[in-house]
Design a protein around this ligand. Sequence first.
Ligand SMILES: Nc1ncnc2c1ncn2[C@@H]1O[C@H](COP(=O)(O)OP(=O)(O)OP(=O)(O)O)[C@@H](O)[C@H]1O
Length: 262
Amino acid sequence: MLLEVSDLSVSYGEREIVRNVNVSLDEGEVLAIVGESGSGKTTVIRAILGCLPHEGRVSGGKILFEGKNLLENTTAEWCRLCGTKATMVFQDSGSILDPIARIGSQFIEYIREHSPLTKKEAARAAEDMLRKMHLPNTENIMNSYPFELSGGMRQRVGVAMAMVFKPRLLLADEPTSALDVTTQAQVVKEMMEICQQDKTAIIIVTHNIGVAAYMSDKLIVMQAGEIVESGRTNEIIARPQSVYTKELLDAVPQVGGKSYVS
Ligand SMILES: Nc1ncnc2c1ncn2[C@@H]1O[C@H](COP(=O)(O)OP(=O)(O)OP(=O)(O)O)[C@@H](O)[C@H]1O
C-alpha cells in the first residue's frame, strides 16, 4: 500500500474540523474526494502533505506513506518528501508562480532546488514536461511571465512542475475548477496521461462529481468533516448508499436524458 491514512482527525485551534478519516491508496490509483464547501476536503489533503495552515494540527490518527508514519517526520524529512515524492497542484497555479519572474527561470530554480541537475539539464527537463502537458512552443512559454499565459496554460505549467520528479503521489486541490469546461477536460486528461505513464497515485479534491467519476478508481464523499461514503467509484455511482451522495448525484445536470457521470 502506498498511502494508508487511519482515523485522521484535524483541528484548527480547539475546533475539530475533520474526524476519523480513513484513506488507502495503491501505486497508480486515483482517489477523488467530493463534498460540499467546508466539508474538510482540503484540510485532509493538506494534512497528508504536512502543510496545514499555522493554526491547524493533526489531532489524531496515522498517515503511513510507503510504510512510514509521516507524522513522525522531521522538518528535513518533510522537505525531502514534498516537491519530489509527493507534490500538490492547486486551483490556480498562477497564484503560486512569482508574477515578476519568467516561467523558465522559476521552473529551472524549482528543479535545481530539489536535484543536482545543471541549469542546462534542468531547462531540458522543464521543456520536456511542458511538452508532455501539450503546451505549444515551449521556448516561448519558458520566456513568458505568468500573466502572459491563459489560465489553462498556467495550470498546465503547475501540473508540469508538480510532475517533473515523477512523484509517487499527486495531491490535486480543485485543479481545474477555475477553468472553462473544455479546458478542464483537456487538463484533466493530460494530467492523467502523465500520471499513468509514471504510475503516480492521485488524490483529487473536486466539487465536480462528473470529474470524479471520469478520473477516479475510488471515491470518498465527505460531509461536515466526516466520510459519509467510501468505496469503488463505479459502485458508488451505480448504487449510492448515503442520502447525501444521492443528493450530489441528483444534482448532476442531465443532457438529453443522460447524466454527466454515467
Ligand atoms: N486556517 C483555518 N483556520 C480555521 N478554520 C479553518 C481554516 N481553514 C479551514 N477552516 C475551516 O475548516 C473547515 C473545512 O475547510 P476546508 O477548506 O477543508 O473545506 P473544503 O471541503 O475543502 O471546502 P471548499 O470546497 O470550499 O474548499 C471549514 O469550516 C473552514 O471554515
